[in-house]
Design a protein around this ligand. Structure first.
Ligand code: ADP
Length: 505
């Protein structure tokens, strides 16, 4: 007798909760700093953590659709902002298996710089990033995206949370959407004259110190902190620091008031891009079991930068925006003593003219021993990470910092000031060199930096001790998995709150 086949009804797979990530820069499309690295890597990690993800970012002049296989979506959007509306287009593409939409409005974004050009910040930045933030909603309506979480990053995206709560809270598409705001650097707040409010469609009722006013100016970042359901920053230490006068940039009171929803989640690194085993941008690959490649990278780097070729001299790297935040003045203050320790230094950076000039002057004073490359050069950044023995980050403050994480992975021992994410991610080497992954100092002075460099040089002279420090650093895991899980937990908590509110309401 024939057995009756049981019919299995295939249920459609339940839709994954959608996270919409809003960032004004994202690798591989655009980058001025660590935010772009995060925005490029987090969507991929969140996909693995069980979310559907859409990344939304502007299409700047430098983004060539053909190069990134972006398709123009044939649904133009009319985005209202204040009393006017703007015809905005979108390009769609992928980062990993996450979807990305690029907001295309050439009058605002088809420029070479992201936020400024040689003459300074663009005069219409308030309009540009309000339009970017407001476009998100038309994008969701046009392409039927129903975000469980709207995750806005830094001041450029902060107004999205204002629009969510003030304009769209009752809209069926957004009624359950919860907002997350991440501060990547509190020093950049987006300050504009009050006259911009009308153009942005933001109510004057908010122009007060308890709202988004800040000493007579409109403060975009405040909107993010006020209207988000959860606020995060990029390390636990920095989350605590920004509630103090020293690091609070004038917003410590507000951040203390929001302490209940404020937390720190350390950034991960893109383990495919920054991996000494597979890195195509370095002359020889290596791993913790076979470090000979690192020696080759060092000699090649010395050759490339005009430093004396010497496998044994301690070579210290630094890759940085040359801004006051990054503490290059400490390097300047310590330089002569540091060079007397017999080290070589390789600096790569761009930024403030005084620091650029100081770096060039040091290179001129110590030919063959101190090299300064002024510019932004991704390939050289990889070769410095691979080819140096130590890496300096004397930051005055550092929300997270990525280069110390790359350094650990590349067997390059970090020398860092104990602040923010640097303090959270580097463990100080003990006196005997038996524990720890790097060298920390506390005071923001040349002497303190020098002290840490001297400790590092001493440890370097004992090959067994040094090998131990390098190995421990390389074994640390700062890839995105753990950090993405923490965002996932935060999102799920907010989604549960939203569900509870719906049931109660
Ligand atoms: P911040 O975002 O404050 O500039 P981070 O350490 O978080 O600092 O991230 C900086 C990122 O930019 C890193 O990926 C670093 O390698 C890169 N970077 C900074 N300056 C340069 C440069 N001159 N050339 C190449 N890469 C750079």
């Amino acid at each position: 007798m024939k057995k009756k086949m049981k019919r299995i009804r295939r249920e459609p797979a339940p839709a994954l909760p959608l996270v919409v990530l809003l960032s004004s820069e994202a690798v591989p499309f655009s980058k001025t700093g660590g935010l772009a690295d995060v925005a490029g890597a987090l969507p991929i990690a969140l996909r693995k953590a069980g979310f559907d993800v859409v990344l939304v970012t502007p299409r700047y002049g430098s983004v060539d659709p053909a190069k990134f296989r972006l398709a123009k979506r044939l649904k133009p959007m009319s985005v209202p902002l204040g009393a006017k509306s703007y015809d905005v287009d979108t390009f769609e593409g992928k980062v990993g298996d996450a979807r990305v939409f690029l907001i295309d409005y050439p009058p605002a974004f088809a420029r070479e710089g992201l936020y400024r050009d040689a003459s300074g910040d663009f005069a219409d930045n308030a309009f540009r990033f309000a339009l970017f933030s407001r476009s998100l909603f038309e994008l969701c309506l046009t392409f039927d995206l129903r975000p469980a979480i709207l995750h806005a990053n830094d001041w450029q995206a902060a107004l999205a949370l204002y629009y969510l709560k003030r304009e769209f809270a009752a809209h069926p598409l957004f009624a359950s959407t919860r907002g997350v705001f991440t501060i990547h650097n509190l020093a950049y707040q987006g300050l504009f004259p009050p006259a911009v409010l009308e153009e942005l469609g933001v109510g004057w009722d908010l122009f007060k110190p308890e709202g988004i006013e800040f000493w007579g100016k409109v403060n975009f970042l405040k909107a993010g902190v006020l209207f988000a359901d959860a606020v995060t920053t990029v390390s636990e230490r920095y989350a605590a620091e920004i509630q103090t006068k020293e690091f609070g940039c004038g917003l410590e009171g507000l951040l203390q008031a929001r302490a209940g929803v404020l937390s720190g989640i350390v950034n991960g690194i893109d383990a495919d891009v920054w991996n000494p085993r597979t890195d195509k941008l370095i002359p020889a690959t290596y791993s913790e079991v076979s470090m000979t490649g690192k020696g080759k990278c060092k000699l090649a780097l010395q050759g490339e930068l005009g430093l004396a070729r010497d496998p044994d001299v301690p070579l210290i790297g630094m890759i940085s925006r040359l801004a006051d935040q990054k503490g290059f003045d400490l390097v300047e203050a310590a330089a002569d003593w540091m060079m007397a320790e017999g080290v070589q230094v390789a600096v790569l950076g761009t930024g403030e003219a005084v620091h650029e000039a100081a770096a060039r002057a040091l290179a001129a004073r110590y030919p063959g021993r101190f090299s300064a490359t002024i510019g932004f050069n991704d390939g050289l950044a990889h070769r410095i990470e691979a080819g140096t023995d130590m890496f300096m980050m004397p930051s005055r403050y550092e929300p997270c910092g990525l280069n110390q994480l790359y350094s650990l992975r590349y067997g390059t021992v970090p020398i860092v000031r104990a602040t923010g994410g640097l303090d959270d991610t580097v463990d100080d080497v003990d006196e005997l060199g038996r524990s720890g992954t790097g060298f920390k100092f506390h005071d923001a002075t040349g002497e303190a930096l020098l002290g840490a460099v001297q400790r590092a040089v001493r440890a370097y002279s004992d090959a067994a001790v040094w090998r131990g420090i390098v190995r421990r650093g390389m074994a640390r895991d700062f890839t995105w998995g753990t950090s993405a899980e923490r965002y996932a937990r935060l999102y799920r908590g907010l989604m549960a709150d939203a569900l509870a509110a719906r049931v109660a309401g």
